[in-house]
Ligand binder design. Structure first.
Ligand code: BJW
Length: 246
């Protein structure tokens, strides 16, 4: 049975959902919004911390200028994320692993909630807030188990293992995501403003390879007019009912 809050799903999408083997799901901050993780943009607002827009504090330039300030910002956010749990959208995506033979979850999120919901092989384009990395030898440590002191390998400073503005993505992550997108039959774009590159290229790559692109977002984005279908609403309302009557 379809939920009353979910928008109408076309016959075409139902048919494609029923028959697809290769599916890509690109997620952004909106997929975790219903878990209580704040988004960066949306509703015309930009996230600000201690008077600084997030794209200033979350930048490679700030890391070089003031590493302690960057840590303070990420310590604050780890604290905030400590008690959040996956929501019905994360759970639905994890369940799709049983439905689609090749499901690739590509996320811009650093909160680890897809993995907590049970998704495997998640491609994290922007890193993970629960890890730190040495600025010199690149050794990583798990912040759920260790305190963030100096690097035990070489003694140099640690930094959050996330991708800040102006920094390169983790080696191979974008390439793996692009390869999956280029051969997928269905591509869901969930809860992203689609403003940040190269992640925002993924839906176009899917479309070039003849994937059917479906956006799920309560707001319009620069991608909306390009998508084959837009399901306007919250991910936690829409994703769990998407395959219900297929
Ligand atoms: C819901 C919902 C609900 C709400 N259900 N939906 C090409 C052109 C121009 C610029 C560039 C370009 N290529 C590269 C750049 C530069 C830059 C960039 O993209 N800038 C643009 C802003 C213009 N990119 C980079 O620097 C990247 N690196 C790179 O390209 O390396 C190569 C290079 C290096 C040096 C020079 C040149 C090239 C790195 C990008 C790293 C982004 N990092 C951040 C911070 C991570 C750490 C942290 O958390 O602080 O990642 S920025 C921030 O934005 C975060 C997010 O992952 C990312 C995307 O945001 P997202 O997920 O879309 O969230 P929001 O908040 O924007 O949107 C939420 C959406 O959810 C909204 O639409 C809501 O409506 C919706 N929503 N509730 C469903 N319940």
């Amino acid at each position: 049975m379809q939920s009353e809050i979910a928008p109408t799903i076309s016959a075409e999408l139902r048919q494609r959902f029923a028959s697809a083997s290769r599916v890509v799901v690109l997620t952004g901050a909106g997929v975790s919004a219903e878990s209580g993780v704040p988004t960066f943009r949306g509703g015309g607002n930009t996230s600000v911390w201690k008077g600084m827009p997030f794209d200033v504090i979350s930048s490679g330039q700030m890391l070089e200028r003031d590493l302690p300030a960057v840590w303070e910002w990420f310590d604050y956010r780890r604290e905030l994320m400590q008690s959040v749990k996956p929501n019905p959208a994360h759970v639905a995506i994890a369940n799709w692993q049983r439905r689609f033979p090749e499901l690739t979850v590509v996320t811009q999120n650093i909160d680890g909630l897809h993995q907590k919901a049970g998704s495997r092989g998640v491609i994290e384009l922007h890193g993970n807030i629960w890890r730190a990395r040495c600025v010199t030898c690149e050794m990583t440590i798990d912040l759920t188990e260790h305190r963030r002191n100096a690097c035990v390998g070489c003694g140099d400073n640690l930094r959050p293992d996330v991708v800040l503005f102006g920094e390169m993505l983790p080696p191979g992550a974008y390439e793996r995501a692009a390869t999956a997108a280029s051969t997928c039959e269905l591509c869901f774009v969930v809860g992203t403003s689609a403003l940040v590159y190269p992640a925002a290229n993924i839906p176009a790559i899917a479309k070039m390879g003849s994937g059917y692109v479906v956006e799920i977002n309560p707001e319009k984005t620069p991608l909306s007019s390009f998508c084959d279908e837009v399901l306007s609403g919250k991910a936690g309302d829409i994703l769990p009912v998407l395959g219900d009557d297929v």
